[in-house]
Design a protein around this ligand. Structure first.
Ligand code: ADP
Length: 223
C-alpha cells in the first residue's frame, strides 16, 4: 500500500516533468504546446489537492482543528455547496437536484469545514457517476437530529470495499486509476465526528451510493 501512495504522489510530478521537457525541446506547433501547458496546469491542480489533503491529515493528527461554529440554514448551506458543481455536472449531463423539506431546524456547524465535507462527497458523486446520471442532496430531520445525504446513481461501491471506504488512503479497485489519494472520506469522517455527528454509506437502488451525515440538533458540545 505504501508503494501505491508513493506512486500516487509521484504521478503528477512525473507527468509535469515530461510535459516541461517536451516544451523545452522546442515545440513549434502552438496547438501542441498549449496541450502540454494545459497538462502541466492540471497536474499542478492535482498536486495541490493532494498536498491540501495531506496537510489536513497532519492537522487532524496533531489535534489542530478547532471548529468555528455558527447556526446555518440547511437550504442555504446546500445551495452554497452545489454552486461549484453545476459546471462539472453539466459537462456530464448529470442532473443535480435537492430534496429539502421546508422548516428544517438550523444546523450548528463550522461552515467552511462542513462545506469541504459536502463538496468532497459531491466531487466523488459526480466523478463516479456516468453521463446522464443523477446526483441529489436530500435532507430530513427528527426530534434529535438532521440528516443530509448525497445520493448518486453511479457505479456504486463493491461489498468488499464498503467496510474500508472511510479508511485513510483507501481506494476501491474500480477507481485505482482515478486521481485522488484516498484521503477525502477519512477527512470527511473526522470533521463530521468533530461536530458530534456520524457519516455512513448505503447502497442506492438500482445502482449508486448514498452518503448520509447525521448531526445532532441540540449540540451538547456548544459551551
Ligand atoms: P479519493 O476521491 O481522493 O480517491 P476518497 O476518500 O474521497 O478519496 O474516496 C475513496 C474511494 O472511495 C474512492 O477512490 C472511490 O473508490 C470510492 N468512492 C467514494 N465515493 C464514491 C462514490 N460516490 N461512488 C463510488 N465510489 C466512491
Amino acid at each position: 500500500r505504501q508503494m501505491c501512495i508513493r506512486d500516487r504522489l509521484r504521478t503528477p510530478l512525473t507527468s509535469m516533468k515530461a510535459s516541461a521537457e517536451s516544451l523545452e525541446s522546442g515545440i513549434v506547433d502552438p496547438k501542441i504546446a498549449s496541450k502540454f501547458l494545459r497538462q502541466i496546469s492540471d497536474d499542478v491542480d492535482h498536486m495541490n489537492h493532494i498536498v491540501s489533503d495531506l496537510l489536513e491529515l497532519s492537522r487532524m493528527d496533531t489535534g489542530q482543528i478547532s471548529l468555528n461554529l455558527t447556526e446555518v440554514n440547511v437550504k442555504d448551506f446546500v445551495s452554497m455547496a452545489l454552486e461549484r458543481h453545476l459546471v462539472p455536472a453539466k459537462a456530464k449531463n448529470i442532473s443535480l437536484g435537492t430534496d429539502i423539506p421546508p422548516n428544517l431546524p438550523a444546523i450548528t456547524i463550522d461552515t467552511r469545514r462542513f462545506l469541504q465535507v459536502i463538496q468532497n462527497l459531491l466531487d466523488n458523486a459526480i466523478k463516479f457517476t456516468p453521463q446522464n446520471g443523477r446526483v441529489t442532496i436530500n435532507s430530513n430531520h427528527d426530534a434529535s437530529s438532521v440528516e443530509i445525504s448525497v445520493v448518486d446513481s453511479g457505479i456504486g461501491i463493491a461489498q468488499k470495499d464498503r467496510p474500508h471506504i472511510f479508511e485513510r488512503f483507501y481506494k476501491a479497485d474500480r477507481s485505482r486509476h482515478e486521481k485522488g489519494i484516498g484521503l477525502g472520506l477519512a477527512i470527511a469522517k473526522h470533521i463530521v465526528q468533530l461536530h458530534d455527528g456520524e457519516i455512513s454509506l448505503d447502497i442506492n437502488e438500482p445502482t449508486g451510493s448514498i452518503f448520509t451525515i447525521t448531526l445532532p440538533i441540540h449540540a451538547a458540545y456548544i459551551s
